[in-house]
Design a protein around this ligand. Structure first.
Ligand code: SAM
Ligand code: SF4
Length: 336
């Protein structure tokens, strides 16, 4: 295959992807209502999943040939992947050394945090939408709040800092709990970020009219916590708008993917657990790297396919367009 002249993962709108999200599994031990139906989903079959070696091979191509300098392992629930520590270990050994982080629901993190830190993991984001056991049960359909809280503590003790907490607010379920969640995170030194609910749930239950918006979250918290925007220039391509609490130094973030999209600054690309490149969370097409990989493609062939995959990246997610269609793959199978 002929090599293109473009070295990195550039798209046709001048953006260059340097931040790779790798989904390690589509399975999960929670059933968050904004993500998955109660009965779960038809999980990917084992032969479809990339092996640990295949994941490391593609991550190596991304880091050594395509300019990717940040890797985030996610899922589904990445702590369910048995080879996780080994994958992290091999990723942090790459040159140039990428930043390596994990997005997890925190269940099992208490057991694995030290081994992950020893393997070189830099940071974790733990998803936690409530600190009330009954609301946790309602939201995730599982009684595992204690495990998540233990996971958060273990991550901090292991130095996987700053420990970030991701929260989604659901109207009538936990939106009234935003202040207590923020207070909890401030008290424990966790950095909280609220994420607007996006139309990526398998059961297509998202509704623009009822989702909790960034403006509402700010109204809920602003006065009580004295929120003030941090320097907008410092945000760069980071999706979270950051606010200082009572003059700082602690902050809270809001990721307003729906009401204040940041697609123009996007530097992300995704690899699914079955080896498909997705240039956007909301992409309706994917590029298959697994087949080429298993057919014996060279590293440069794979890099070239990956570069080409980025060319079709659209300028924006188009959620507000009347013609918007949700992608076939739900969030848990894409890698959030
Ligand atoms: N299981 C891990 C976890 O929950 O952190 C990693 C995968 S999960 C899909 C990644 C993130 O996506 C979580 O913070 C979760 O809250 C968020 N998420 C899932 N569905 C969402 C949706 N429909 N809208 C916004 N965020 C969502
Ligand atoms: Fe599982 Fe994460 Fe989806 Fe919740 S958000 S069901 S923890 S994949």
């Amino acid at each position: 295959m002929r090599t293109t002249t473009q070295p990195g993962l550039a798209d046709n709108y001048g953006r260059v992807a340097t931040d790779l999200r790798v989904s390690l599994t589509d399975r999960c031990n929670l059933r968050c209502t904004y993500c998955m139906p109660e009965e779960g989903l038809d999980w990917l079959a084992k032969p479809e999943l990339l092996t640990d070696d295949e994941i490391v091979r593609l991550v190596t191509v991304a880091v050594t040939r395509l300019g990717v300098d940040e890797i985030r392992f996610t899922g589904g629930e990445p702590l369910l992947r048995r080879g996780l520590v080994g994958i992290v270990d091999r990723t942090t050994a790459l040159e140039p050394r990428p930043q390596v982080s994990l997005t997890t629901n925190g269940i099992g993190l208490a057991r694995q945090a030290e081994a992950l830190a020893a393997a070189g993991l830099d940071r974790v984001n733990v998803s936690l939408d409530t600190i009330r056991p009954d609301t946790f049960q309602q939201l995730t359909r599982r009684d595992r709040l204690k495990d998540v809280l233990a996971g958060l503590e273990a991550a901090q003790a292991a130095g996987l800092t700053p420990v970030k907490v991701n929260a989604v607010l659901m109207r009538g379920l936990n939106d009234d709990q935003a202040p207590e969640l923020l207070q909890f995170c401030l008290d424990h030194g966790y950095e909280l970020r609220f994420i607007e609910q996006m139309p990526l749930d398998a059961q297509h239950g998202w509704n623009r009219a009822t989702m909790v918006t960034a403006d509402e979250i700010l109204a809920l918290l602003g006065d009580r916590f004295g929120l003030a925007p941090t320097d907008a220039a410092a945000r760069g391509s980071a999706p979270a708008e950051s606010f200082t609490v009572q003059g700082g130094p602690q902050t809270v973030g809001i990721i307003a993917s729906v009401t204040r999209p940041f697609c123009g600054d996007c530097d992300r690309v995704r690899l699914t657990a079955d080896g498909q490149v997705r240039d956007c969370l909301f992409a309706r097409t994917e590029s298959d790297l697994r087949t080429a990989l298993r057919d014996g493609a060279s590293d440069e062939d794979l890099a070239d396919r990956w570069r080409k995959a980025m060319r079709g990246k659209l300028p924006g997610h188009g959620i507000a367009d009347p013609s918007f269609l949700q992608p076939a793959r739900p969030m848990s199978a894409i890698g959030g």
